[in-house]
Write a protein that binds this ligand. Structure first.
Ligand SMILES: [Zn+2]
Length: 319
């Protein structure tokens, strides 16, 4: 299918300034691997560049408590090597990388909603989906996909948003932020048991958000075919009822085979198929609007290959 509008790419070298230190899997080399992979795939000149910007305090406060935001600033200013709330390394450039990541995903939402691009991929780090409203953890500082969703809701009046999270880990932070919020439907496929040991299928939301959390845990070794079959059986009918106006993807590539942290068995073709699945949902309900945001993925070669396959599919020029 030929799309009329280009795919956006939000990628800013500022995101490389977060440096967890030697041997850490969430390295700045991840940015270079993905960027180089996109260049080598020949897609770069077809991608519309979306600039990053620093997120503003009130934009972050849509998802995080003021106390936590102050804590992040204090931890970074005092030169701590680890965020005081959890297992997220800090470096002198972490705060800037996190701020530009959060601001960049909002710019991507703006571009998609304005119709400047059909969809967009955001090459951001540190990742975000483990960050709760008041606690950074799991390599994450700010929850970028959550910031994007609340921005779409409050800046653009979008009333129903799907977050599809296919990272190998459960996005406990995203679930936590939207657990009682019916404006966001959070669906996660993830390996179980695995860090952070949340995301049971019995966790379905609370209060007005009851029914807008869908957890699809799968055992280690699950294939992409089986993962997609599960999504088609569970998420498609749920979206026929929910009718999202925007689709956000927490695009983790640590569900790929050979990832050093994850134990699932997805191939690059499986990530193409997952992308097509998300695009089909968006075409059915959301005028094709998709913003995809990088989460995990720690085998540099595999990360670059799977991410290139994902972006190629977003552009509609997948080979
Ligand atoms: Zn992950």
């Amino acid at each position: 299918m030929k799309l009329l509008l280009p795919t956006g790419l939000m990628a800013d070298p500022e995101c490389k300034r977060h440096e967890p230190g030697p041997g850490h899997p969430e390295s700045a080399e991840r940015y270079d691997a993905i960027y180089l992979g996109l260049c080598q795939s020949g897609m770069m000149d077809r991608l519309e560049k979306i600039p990053a910007r620093q997120a503003l305090p009130h934009e972050l406060a849509r998802c995080h408590t003021v106390t936590y935001l102050k804590q992040v600033e204090e931890d970074c200013a005092s030169g701590l090597s680890m965020l005081s709330t959890g297992d997220t390394p800090l470096s002198p450039g972490t705060l800037s990388a996190a701020l530009y990541s959060a601001g960049g995903v909002m710019n991507a939402v703006d571009a998609v909603v304005a119709g400047a691009v059909q969809n967009a991929f955001c090459l951001v780090r540190p990742p975000g989906h483990h960050a709760t409203s008041d606690r950074g953890m799991g390599f994450c500082v700010y929850n970028h996909v959550a910031v994007a969703a609340r921005h779409a809701r409050e800046q653009h009046g979008i009333e129903r948003i799907l977050i599809l999270d296919w990272d190998v880990h459960h996005g406990n932070g995203t679930q936590d932020i939207f657990y009682a919020d019916p404006a966001v439907f959070y669906c996660s496929t993830h390996q179980s048991p695995l860090y952070p040991y949340t995301g049971d299928q019995m966790e379905t939301g609370w209060g007005r958000g009851k029914g807008t959390t869908l957890n699809l845990p799968v055992p280690a070794g699950t294939s992409g075919v089986d993962l997609l079959r599960t999504l088609e059986a569970k998420l498609v009918p749920a979206m026929d009822r929910y009718r999202p106006e925007l689709v956000l993807i927490s695009a983790g590539f640590d569900a790929r085979v050979e990832d050093p942290i994850g134990g699932l068995a997805l191939t690059d073709d499986d990530f193409r198929a997952l992308t097509r699945f998300a695009l089909d949902l968006a075409r059915s309900h959301s005028s094709g609007r998709v913003v995809s945001i990088l989460e995990g993925g720690y085998n540099l070669f595999g990360l670059a290959a799977a991410c290139a396959a994902h972006v190629a599919e977003l552009t509609g020029f997948s080979s």
